[in-house]
Design a protein around this ligand. Sequence first.
Ligand code: HEM
Length: 336
Amino acid sequence: MTRRLPLCMMALALVGGLTIAAPALAAPSDAPPVPTQIEGVNRGDVWQAVRTGQTVGVVSIPDKKAAVLIQSEGEAWRALRNGPLSQYGSWVLGGIFAVLALFFLLRGRIRIDGAKTGKTIQRFNAFERAAHWLTAGSFVVLAVSGLNLLYGRFTLLPLLGPQPFATLTHYGKLAHNFLGFAFILGLLLIFLLWVRHNIPERHDLVWFLKAGGLFSKGVHPPARKFNGGQKVIFWSTVVGGGMLAFTGVQLIFPFSFATLAELQLFQLGHAAIAIVMIAIIVAHIYIGSVGMEGAFAAMGDGQVELQWAREHHSLWVEEVTGEKPGHHHSHGTPAE
Ligand code: HEM
C-alpha cells in the first residue's frame, strides 16, 4: 500500500494537471510544455499501472473495490458480450428453428407406423411428470427472461418504448432470480429419478449409427427406457443445467464467492451455455410435441400407446410387459 499511494496521488494530480493544461494546449504561444515526467516517473508508466490494476487508490468506504480506478477487463467483457457472444448466439438460435422447420418439411410428423392397439402402458408416474414440468416450466421462463436481458435492449425496447420495457424487464429479472432455484430443484429430481436409465450402453451406438430412425420411415433401432438421443438430452440437461446453476448462483450473489474478473467470465459462460441449452431444448420440445405422434402423452397423463412404445422403446416394453420383440405385428423390431 505504501508504494501504491504516491502513484495514485500522482495519477489524480495528472488528471487535474491535464484539465488545467487543456486550454493552454490550444494556445501554444507561451504555455509551458505538458510534462512527460512527474516527480521523476514517466506519465505513461503511471497510466499503464492504473490500466493494468497494479495501482489502486485508497477509499475509506467499506467497499474497497471502489478504489480500482480502471478495470480494463470490463471493456473486453462488454465487447465480447455485446459483440461475438450476442451475434453467434443469434445464429445458433435462428439456426435451430431453421433446422427444425426443414426437418418438418422433409420428414413431417413422425407417425406411429404399425396399427394402434388401443392399449396403453404407463411410462412416467405423477412424481416423475411433476419433476419434469417443474424443470420445464421454470426453464421456459428463465430462457425468455434471460434472452430479454441479452437481447431485449436491441429488440423489445424499440418496439415497446422505455416505460413498458422497463416494467417488463424488472419483473422478468425478478422471475429469473427466483425461478433459478425452482429449476435447480427440478434438475436434482430429474437427475435422481432418471440417471440409472441414462447410462450409455452398446445398443445406443447402433441407435446413433441409424440416426435413431429419425430420417427413415419404419426404421426403429431398439432402445430401453431412453434411447441414445434421449440420453444426450438427459446429460445435456444435467451438465448444461448444472453449469447454468453454478454460474447463475455466483451472479445472484456477486462478490460472495467470486472476484469481479471471475464474475465477468461466469456471465459470459452463463449466457453461452444458456444459448446452447435453449437450442437443444427447443429441439427436445419439438420432438416431444408436434414432431412425433404419441410422444406428448408420456409427459401428459403418463400413459403411452403400446404400439408407440414397441416402436420407440422395444427393449423397455420387453422389460415391463415380458413381451418379446417380434411377437406382434409391428415394424421396428431388432429382427427387422
Ligand atoms: C416445455 C416443453 C416440453 C415438452 C413438451 C417436453 C416433453 C417431453 C416428453 C414428451 C418427454 C418424454 C419422452 C418419452 O416418453 O420418451 C420428455 C422427457 C424429458 N424432458 Fe422434456 N419437455 C419439455 C421441456 C423440457 C425442458 C425445458 C427440459 C430440461 C431443461 C426437459 C428435459 C427432459 C428430459 C431430461 C427428459 C428425459 C429424456 C428425454 O426424453 O429426452 N424437458 N419431455
